[in-house]
Design a protein around this ligand. Structure first.
Ligand SMILES: [Zn+2]
Ligand SMILES: [Zn+2]
Ligand SMILES: [Zn+2]
Length: 229
């Protein structure tokens, strides 16, 4: 468990905010050697603090730029970058630790911010709130065009989730959903097939008989006409 660098109190899981002294701790990028580069050319604005974000180069597989707010320690990732960062920093996970996943979410502090829509740092349109993965406990804010925002501490929580097999659990769940869909589709097809082979109300006067025995068909047909005249 991470500790507050100011008062040494244990930090709640997935939170940068110390509940004892109110200090914010830079836990998300601990262990990643990052370099502050510059303010981005096009200003990107923190949706929490309304100040410009700073660009960091994480130097993962070459240049890897993300944006961070120096005040609230929130992070902004271009589309696909968050997933790439998680892949690059957490690997060799082959088991799903279900108990572990339960416990990191139980220990996690309730959201630091009231539930509300926040604006994309790039286009300032309100972002969607999306659950990240199965049982990650993290709701990310996403702009389809520009990327995702993580509040301080959420990246660390997602890394924990990955280490405990959260991504495997997510794949398992996706697989299950796909299977259920396939099953539903094939049931639907079976139903349709049944409807098509059901005899028509005109029964044996229909086409199958005509194809197999035209004479018989004509005889019955004529008889029927006599009968109904
Ligand atoms: Zn503290
Ligand atoms: Zn901020
Ligand atoms: Zn946007």
């Amino acid at each position: 468990m991470a500790k507050c660098s100011h008062c040494n109190a244990p930090l709640p899981d997935g939170s940068v905010l110390c509940v004892y002294c109110g200090d914010r701790n830079d836990i998300d990028l601990a262990g990643i050697h990052y370099y502050t580069t510059h303010e981005s050319d096009t200003p990107r604005i923190c949706p929490r603090c309304d100040i410009r974000l700073k660009t960091l180069d994480l130097k993962l597989n070459g240049t890897f730029l993300i944006e961070r707010c120096v005040q609230c320690l929130g992070l902004f990732f271009d589309p696909g970058e968050l997933e790439a960062l998680l892949e690059a920093t957490v690997s060799n996970v082959f088991l799903i630790d279900r108990k572990g996943l339960d416990s990191i979410n139980l220990r996690r502090q309730a959201d630091q911010y009231p539930i509300a829509y926040i604006k994309c740092p790039v286009c300032t349109q309100y972002m969607y709130r999306v659950n990240f993965g199965t049982r990650s406990g993290v709701i990310i804010d996403r702009c389809k065009a520009h990327g995702v925002w993580l509040d301080g501490g959420e990246l660390r929580h997602l890394m924990e989730w990955m280490k405990l097999g959260g991504k495997l659990l997510d794949q398992e769940r996706q697989e299950q959903i796909r299977k259920e869909e396939l099953k539903r589709e094939s049931e639907q097809r079976e139903k349709l097939a049944k409807i098509q082979v059901e005899p028509s109300p005109f029964g044996s006067f229909g086409d199958p008989l005509r194809q197999s025995d035209p004479d018989l068909f004509d005889i019955i047909h004529k008889a029927l006409r006599l009968f109904t005249r």
